[in-house]
Design a protein around this ligand. Structure first.
Ligand code: ADP
Length: 184
């Protein structure tokens, strides 16, 4: 199989991280999660972490320039060998930046997998997860940010014939089978 470059898209709680863990081995590519990279930076108390924390605690997007710096570093190493991006891009400006970064390297995305899950189910899952940014008011804000800023990326990728919409309800295994059947 050829090298694969894919993006996982979907609201908070849609199961992007779970699916990334299940499918990255099958695809043989590294999983790059901006949320995980940012949480590590916060834990380690780096400059980036200190700047990002307030946004994350409030459910806001971290400013593009901070996140783009992180992703640029990772993609420099991984773009050639393929990757599974989770949490980036998160708005159309980041989508355009990603396109440009990949163009500079002479590669392109193969698939954008969009996981669809109804809001009520998302809230139940996030409240059950109990991460520090999983309080009810932060969850509401993150869902609103998703609708306003991230969901427009579906149109952006549909225009590029990259969007693969997947039903995100079911067991993790069922969902990963749906994904694999669309990207293989
Ligand atoms: P979830 O998908 O559950 O919202 P993530 O781990 O993807 O969780 O993200 C957690 C937080 O990290 C977001 O609410 C946001 O503050 C920040 N973040 C992650 N990725 C990005 C990004 N690409 N741009 C801006 N902020 C981001």
């Amino acid at each position: 199989m050829d090298v694969m470059r894919a993006v996982l898209l979907g609201p908070p709680g849609a199961g992007k991280g779970t699916q990334a863990d299940l499918i990255r081995e099958a695809l043989g590519v590294p999983h790059i999660s901006t949320g995980d990279l940012l949480r590590t930076a916060v834990r380690e108390g780096t400059d980036l972490g200190i700047q990002a924390k307030g946004y994350m605690d409030r459910g806001k997007l971290v400013p593009d320039e901070l996140v783009v710096g992180l992703i640029r570093e990772r993609l420099a190493g991984d773009a050639a060998g393929g990757f599974l991006l989770d949490g980036f891009p998160r708005n159309v400006a980041q989508g355009e930046t990603l396109e440009q970064l990949l163009q500079e390297t002479g590669v392109a995305l193969d698939h954008v997998v969009s996981l669809a899950v109804p809001d009520g189910e998302l809230i139940d899952r996030l409240l059950g997860r109990g991460r520090s940014d999983d309080t009810e008011s932060t969850i509401r804000e993150r869902l609103a940010v998703y609708e306003g800023e991230t969901a427009p990326l579906c149109e952006f990728y549909r225009d590029r014939s990259l969007l693969r919409e997947i039903d995100g309800l079911g067991t993790p295994e069922e969902i990963s089978r749906r994904i694999m059947s669309r990207v293989n």
